[in-house]
Design a protein around this ligand. Structure first.
Ligand code: ZN
Length: 568
């Protein structure tokens, strides 16, 4: 699962060697009105492209030795093949559109922009605008993308399965495409349908397996290569959980969001990353203190649960290269895999934070937003280090607080079930607020250093609009609105008179404590009505919030990654 795919990210001028803000396009001149028959593009293509400035993504080279860098180079080659499969999964017309746009780009600046946007979106539909076609002739995106016949409906699929129960498993499989054959529907296994590409990718993984000196990586790559040829990913998912070395790589079919018809079909993607050793060592310390953080929660002891099992381990990595689904539209800042419940039961799952991608997003959108929202002296206090730790402690804090509680009739029940549709917003807000509570605790205890409480508060408030601008209807945005409105009402954030805001550190801490208590008690009691009251009163887009958001339109929404280590 992608975590917080549109999660926050923002920034200033590069202080680390990993990310630099490069080649931010100059304001696009009005496109020359070159009409290309049958290849019209939307008139605002230049502004759409400017939402995703090209941004260099690189990693600390000393984290890998020469052998490991050679293995990575081979993995990049495999990922490029996986990328080709994803293009087909989005639409089999993609290569034709690519040829036409490449040709048109020679004579028309608007088409040159459209061709770049096509690359970022992996097709002619705008992933930042509900899949609206920016290449007009493409028409609406088929709900089932390239996984099904373009004209198929849900009803037709369901009728077919009802009439042919022996087909049900293959039709619902994660790893098949559905095609017409005369008047029949047929499921083709990925290993057969994409055979040439998967044989090629498997060979490249085998070659990398032959090069690496890390036994756990060799095991994963060999098993994954086998899975490409037989569609059975179970053993290689298990092997991925056991990866134990500097190279963290994910390659294969994972997420099902691209299939909006049924969410049955897995899209191919790859993340090639390297473990961030210093951050990983710090994480080990925080992990030891999880029971202390639980005991320190601002709620009555009877609801605390210091023995709550550790959930998924967290890895902090630097991204080297991505391909396929991972590189389409908004870039993933963190993910939690594998999705296979059998593997999760046997071995759990891993949460992976992509630190250099988070930093790139922070610099391109988070920091510019903070600079516009906060008074200048507080905007200057905003830092990536504080932002990164806010995100890290958000993730850690999903594993803190009430999980399984005593239900209304004394039975043991997950709070999630009692809170119904309010749960995801309450839980996201809880992870934010309890995360910040824990950052303050970690600063006090000196487990964490590098920034002050005041710098943390400025960062926390400064980047709030980064998630709210994506919509208050989604769990993250609404969870943030709850915090903004709560702090505003309590005088922890006050208007500075010029459209900007000032954080009042002396008031923030008490507001943080009271909101953490409210969210934790809602979960501890599974109190659906109390959750509704909180959401209705605070989880709303006030006129003030709407005004601030309308002043952010020119700030990039995300980045287009440029992977330096892959020679881009
Ligand atoms: Zn979260």
């Amino acid at each position: 699962m992608k975590i917080c795919r549109v999660l926050p990210l923002i920034a200033l001028i590069a202080t680390s060697g990993c990310v630099t803000v490069a080649d931010v396009p100059a304001p696009t001149p009005p496109p020359a009105a070159v009409e290309i028959p049958g290849l019209a593009v939307v008139p605002d293509i230049g502004e759409r492209l400017a939402q995703l400035p090209p941004t260099r993504i690189d990693y600390d080279r000393e984290l890998l030795d020469e052998n490991e860098r050679a293995v990575v180079a081979q993995l990049v080659e495999a990922a490029k093949v996986i990328d080709q499969i994803f293009w087909l999964q989005v639409s089999e017309k993609n290569s034709q559109w690519n040829r036409e746009l490449t040709e048109a780009a020679r004579v028309s600046p608007a088409h040159a922009d459209a061709w770049r946007y096509f690359g970022a979106m992996k097709g002619p539909w705008d992933r930042l605008a509900e899949d609206e076609p920016f290449l007009t002739a493409a028409g609406p995106k088929p709900e089932g993308a390239g996984f099904y016949p373009a004209d198929i409906t849900k009803e037709e699929m369901e009728r077919w399965i009802a009439a042919h129960p022996e087909d049900a498993e293959a039709f619902r499989s994660l790893h098949t495409v559905i095609r017409r054959s005369g008047d029949r529907l047929v499921a083709h296994r990925y290993s057969v349908y994409y055979r040439d590409l998967l044989v090629d990718a498997a060979a490249k993984l085998q070659k990398a397996a032959g090069m690496t000196r890390n036994a756990s990586l060799r095991d994963y790559l060999e098993k994954r290569a086998m899975a490409f040829l037989n569609d059975d990913y179970y053993e290689s998912d298990l092997a991925w959980m056991d990866l134990d070395g500097p190279i963290e790589v994910v390659i294969g079919p994972y997420e099902v969001y691209e299939d909006q018809l049924f969410n049955y079909k897995a899209a191919f993607e790859a993340f090639i990353t390297v473990v961030d050793r210093p951050e990983t060592e710090k994480l080990a310390i925080y992990a030891q203190h999880m029971p202390d953080m639980e005991r320190h929660l601002p709620m009555p002891d009877e609801h605390k649960n210091p023995n709550r099992g550790t959930e998924s381990p967290i890895r902090v990595v630097q991204e080297i290269y991505t391909a396929g689904d991972a590189r389409a539209g908004v870039q993933t800042a963190a993910f939690n895999l594998p999705n296979d419940e059998r593997v999760r039961e046997a071995k759990g799952s891993k949460k992976v934070l992509l630190k250099n991608v988070m930093e790139a997003k922070f610099r391109q959108s988070g920091q510019p937003i903070a600079s516009r929202v906060l008074v200048p002296e507080q905007a200057r206090q905003v830092s990536f280090d504080a932002f990164f730790n806010e995100t890290l402690f958000h993730e850690l804090s999903h594993g803190i607080g009430p999980g399984i509680i005593k239900g209304p009739t004394g039975e043991r029940v997950e709070a999630r079930l009692l809170l119904k549709e309010t749960y995801s917003t309450i839980e996201e807000a809880k992870a934010d607020v309890v995360g910040s509570w824990n950052v303050l605790y970690a600063l006090d205890e000196k487990w964490l250093e590098g920034f002050s409480r005041e710098e943390y508060f400025s960062t926390m408030v400064g980047v709030m609009f980064r998630s709210m601008r994506f919509g208050i209807d989604a769990a993250h945005g609404r969870g943030t609105a709850i915090q903004w409105n709560w702090y505003r009402e309590r005088g922890a954030i006050v208007p500075a008179g010029d459209g900007r805001f000032r954080v009042v550190p002396s008031e923030v801490e008490e507001s943080l404590r009271s909101l953490a208590n409210e969210l934790l008690m809602i979960e501890a009691l599974g109190d659906y009505d109390r959750a509704k009251v909180l959401l209705d009163r605070y989880g709303v887009k006030t006129d003030e919030i709407a005004t601030v958001i309308s002043g952010l339109e020119d700030i990039p929404v995300d980045i287009t990654p440029v992977f330096v280590a892959a020679g881009e």
